[in-house]
Design a protein around this ligand. Structure first.
Ligand SMILES: [Zn+2]
Ligand SMILES: [Zn+2]
Length: 134
C-alpha cells in the first residue's frame, strides 16, 4: 500500500486525515470532481464541509501535488500530478481516460500561426467510451 502520509510530507503539505482520504480516493479513482470527493469523504468524516474540501484541494494544487483538469461541459476534475497527458472524456457517462499524446506538433503549429507565447497545453478529446459505444 502506498504511504499517502509520506507522499503529502514530500510535497510539504500538512498531513490531516481528510487529506490522506482525498489522496487515497484520487489514487483509486484517477479523476474526481469536488462533489464526488465530498460525497466520499462525508462517509468517513460526517462533519466535513464542502469548504474544507475546497481548501484542501486548493492547497494541494498550489503545491503542484494535484492538478486541475478543466473540462468543456462539466465541472473540473482533479488528479495526482503525473507525466503530461491528454484526456479522453466520454460524453455519455463522463468516464475519463488518460492518454499520452505528443502535443509538441500542436504547439509548433500554434507558434507558427500566432505570436502568443505558449507555456502550457491542455488537450481534452471527447466521444464515447468503449462501454457506451456498444
Ligand atoms: Zn461512457
Ligand atoms: Zn489525467
Amino acid at each position: 500500500m502506498t504511504n499517502y502520509t509520506n507522499l503529502l510530507k514530500e510535497y510539504d503539505l500538512k498531513v490531516t486525515p481528510q487529506r490522506v482520504a482525498i489522496v487515497e480516493e484520487l489514487y483509486k479513482n484517477g479523476h474526481m470532481n469536488i462533489d464526488d470527493l465530498y460525497k466520499k469523504l462525508l462517509s468517513k468524516f460526517p462533519s466535513v464541509s464542502l469548504a474544507t474540501i475546497y481548501k484542501n484541494i486548493n492547497a494541494m494544487v498550489e503545491k503542484v501535488f494535484l492538478s486541475e483538469v478543466k473540462l468543456p461541459n462539466s465541472k473540473s476534475v482533479y488528479e495526482l500530478v503525473k507525466t503530461e497527458h491528454a484526456h479522453l472524456v466520454c460524453s455519455s457517462c463522463g468516464y475519463i481516460e488518460d492518454i499520452i499524446l505528443d502535443a509538441s506538433s500542436i504547439q509548433e503549429q500554434a507558434n507558427n500561426l500566432s505570436s502568443f507565447k505558449i507555456d502550457s497545453t491542455s488537450i481534452v478529446l471527447s466521444g464515447l467510451c468503449p462501454h457506451c459505444s456498444k
